[in-house]
Design a protein around this ligand. Sequence first.
Ligand code: MN
Length: 254
Amino acid sequence: MNILVTNDDGIRSTGLQELVKALSEVGKVSVVAPDQERSGMGHAVTMHRPLRAVEITGIPGAVQAFQLDGTPADCVKLAVEVLLDNRPQLVVSGVNAGPNLGTDVLYSGTVSAAVEGLIMGVPAMAVSIADHSKAWLGLDKAAALAARTARVIGEKGLPEDTLLNINLPRLPSEQIKGIKITRVGIRRYRDFVEKREDPWGRPYYWLTGEAVDLDEGPDSDTRAVKDGWISITPVRFHLTHDEFRKELAAWTLH
Ligand code: MN
């Protein structure tokens, strides 16, 4: 199986390197990843400047690797279209430093890279650890799970418009309770914007925020990870509110 690994933390990320090593036991792994951190870019694509790809070596387990000065979605597009010798049969994005739970999937470059895989007709999964500190607790477990999952996807496939979003709790491997199959919870951010001042006295703003989980049902991804489980959610992007179309058609809009 030809596997494309990408991420949004940048090609030098430990999470990506360990993922490549583990997946090299399952198939031929190629890497196309951003040359710098591109977290929180969602599904942004670069259309108003050129993109440069530099082929690099030194990623153990990778048969081919490129760093790209673009977004995670750009990486998947270029990988499939032009850069790689072999078309990938699976896209694996991660391992991300930080969770991608609930509404995070819309902000996440990690998940968006997997979505781009689906758009290009390649099955995909995203793998994240709920730990922003880059202590990488449980990274060995995350990489091993990604490899096992890749193997099963190779055998069984995935529904056409569906990716797997995998999140591990911030726990040492031996303390993780197991795996729960979940649904996307509802996470909002109590946004706060920090106002600061630059050395010339001009204000600047730092966007941050605290996660507030509004849907803590037992099968939500947010709850599962808080309780020490690995969460695996089958995510798809069927965006139309089908049931509401009829009612909307009855609105007098013209
Ligand atoms: Mn990230």
